[in-house]
Design a protein around this ligand. Structure first.
Ligand SMILES: [Zn+2]
Length: 86
């Protein structure tokens, strides 16, 4: 793939990510969906799967600690998502 195309694609993806972030945080009123603390992190539940990347069901508003936790406890995080569907 030519570098230029890749850069453009990546810029478009970053723009969409920003929109996703805003939508998700506003939907949850900037409250952590795991512990109820003020949220400032946005987690893509199933980021690896490109077709659900921008699906709001897999976007979670999290505080810093819970976001950190979600990356360190992937199995528990997936369980959390199953118990807390958007
Ligand atoms: Zn939290």
């Amino acid at each position: 793939m030519p570098p230029r195309t890749q850069r453009q694609r990546s810029a478009a993806r970053k723009r969409q990510d920003k929109i996703d972030y805003q939508n998700c945080m506003e939907r949850e009123n900037w409250i952590c969906q795991r512990c109820g603390a003020p949220a400032n992190q946005h987690h893509h539940g199933k980021r690896k799967h490109a077709h659900v990347r921008h699906d709001p069901r897999w976007h979670y508003a999290l505080c810093f600690d819970c976001h950190d936790w979600s990356h360190k406890n992937v199995a528990a995080w997936y369980e959390f998502m199953e118990n807390n569907p958007n």
